[in-house]
Unconditional design. Sequence first.
Length: 158
Amino acid sequence: MTDEARRRPDDFSVRYSWREGALPPPHHYEYVIEVGPGPVGKITFYPDYPMENPPVWEEKLDVELEKLDELHTFLAKGNMIRGDWEEAEDDAVGGRLEWMEIRSNGERHMVPSGIRDPENVVGVYQFIQSLVGDAVWEKLMAQRDEYMKGYAAGHGGG
């Protein structure tokens, strides 16, 4: 790969979405992590199905340019900035889903959930999740625990 191909474009950004499997309320949750363009990002966290009208929590993320460069290099070296993903035929219905959208050089590329040979993509997803930081994850999960307690109390369970 050439140095030019590894260089992060100014418009480079990633939107990663994670959704828990089909579980009864309030056990389901989902979140979206957005990074870029530039050294910015945010996580948007839904502690339940959006149709249940839960609170929505957003936390801003400071993303070091080195981490953004590392993410771009990981995606470029792994040939993941493309749109021709082959989806697996045995995608589990009702299971956890994760996917991402990559914007680079004026183009939009989707990496769908349930792709074949997801090894590199799993590593990218873990890297993106690590950009959130332990303190933010702990805060969001504590808020989720409080939401679940309130849900149980409001629905005769506690």
